[in-house]
Design a protein around this ligand. Sequence first.
Ligand code: GCV
Length: 672
Amino acid sequence: MNTSPSPLSRADTHPAWLPDQAFAPIGRRRVAIAGADPLIETLAAEIAATTAAHGGTLTRSAATAAEDVQQDLVFAVSPSAPDDESFRLVRRSGSVTVTARSDRGLLHGFFHVVRLGERAFTDPDVDQTHAPAVALRVLDHWDNMDLHPVMGAVERGYAGGSIFFDPGDGLPGSGRVRDDLSRIAAYARLLASIGINRVALNNVNVHAREARLLTDDLPHVARIADIFRRWGIRVHLSVSWASPVLLGGLESSDPFDDGVIRWWADAADRVWAAIPDFGGFVIKADSEGQPGPFAYGRDHADGANMLADAVAPHGGLVHWRAFVYNHTQDWRDRSTDRARAAYDHFSPLDGRFRDNVIVQVKYGPMDFQTREPVSPVLAAMPHTRLALELQVTQEYTGQQQHAVYLAPQWSEILRFDFGERGTVTELATGGFAAVANVGTDEFWTGHPFAQANLYAYGRLSWDPNASAEALLDEWLALTFPDEPAPVAQAVHDILDESWLTYEQYTAPLGVGFMVRPGHHYGPDVDGYEYTPWGTYHFADRDGVGVDRTVATGTGYAGLYPQPWRDVYESLETCPDELLLFFHHVPYTHVLHSGKTVIQHIYDTHFEGVERVERYVIAWERVRGSVPDARLADRVADRLAEQVRSAIEWRDQINTYFLRKSGMPDAHGRTIY
Ligand code: GCV
């Protein structure tokens, strides 16, 4: 019997949703594992550690075993499952057998049993097959190697430094892959437990230092890949379109240039020689200053296909981002609508991308706002593999200072139904990708509750139909196994509606932005109004909102298939929460809710703050009974900041609109 210690009994790392106690129901039992594939060693080490700690036993055999009546829990490779990642769970009178076609499936099955806890053995008999909804479940890290002068170690990172890269002495060029990768081992384990199977290591804004991950640093990338491999996760890199120039000394990056084509093919050969199961490249091209094929008069299909051909012999993928828009727009120009940009650039290219290209589309047409309509690009490219891109890191949703549980938003997006073309889940044939939210912070995510977002992203990417509330329960039961029930209730009270609460006290009715330019934290109603970024609200003394109708506006509403085109075009049918995204209306416009726009703005902003004040009370009530005092304090500190910030949002937004409109609050509350 293998009794090696748990790979995560380290005091310096918060166990997140995998504390040792979460394994106790397995650890108390007689467990058998049959099979000898690489991930079975991972599985065996997990079970050996928990059975050693909790009094159970582990029996191993190399051969494939049938159901073993002597055991409580059997893991065995068997051809029964439909694909490599699926698993079958059979429970008969309290004995559980997990079978899978591959070791990857068995590992997923193991974590499924962990999630079930004692119920895995006590629930009624069952015979179920579990399969992931999509094959590619990706986390994108926006980690920098050198400390970026504005973005720091992790672009839009709110949880300390990069877990992958050590910034050295902070001088340009001194960043490198960390020597000590133990934290990555813990991270890989967490990700495997929620079904993530791909990780991109570095920022899509590829600076000079990170560009060299593709060349000089390959042995170090290989060290990271070795760790992820033990958990069934493949590594990807973001690459610069200009790599042939930056790294190869070529004069151009023209995708039609033979030298460039050869350079990428050689680069791919080197990468796969170092890392045989390397996943592929992520690329942000012609976007926010990143180089791309436009410079050579080529389009994005030309660019993506050239890279795709370079990686195809190795079975590699290219994740090509559709986040392309003009960020040097003239705010005086009312004809250019940033919301249209991805659609206008990409939908004409449908059908031209190679099979190993995945066009990665942000969920909304703008940029990860608290509320946006679902991107029409998702329904406009039926002959292209599309990935839905979400943002787990809370750039625009409180930066992990505010408690905002994002799973309800993601559920809404995933279930959004484009009618005949299908739901977002059905259209995301290239899977899901999301920007990660972890760092070197002791709780991984800054706000301990932001762990729930990472957890929920992984679980939803496996099962997009899972309910946000049930996932929160799962996360709570695993993360706080010893917590008294009132603590779990308090976390629910805070998180259940936290996304809507955040929406209430920030930019109203889908109009978006209104954040401080640059860092994007806190309110600044006109911060972006006269800038080149294309993010406007057009508030004046009479009204607010962006006219994106076909009849009188930018025509954006017309990019949706029916029925959405008509729903969004019409003031009568446009949902309240998206009204100002699609329409410019007077402050006196009456919403479906029966309130005027101006009164809605005042009411939601007062109510949003009141809700956060209730969150503070809810946490104070239970804080003393949370066994982990540091965690309890961290949550309390963040809630205090959330109240402060929410009040600032309320007062700036309400004051702005009171001064613009001259219309008083019907309830006479204080506005400045
Ligand atoms: C990585 C937004 C963010 C940028 C980010 C960009 C992107 O604009 O503010 O920091 O850059 O999205 O998704 O590429």
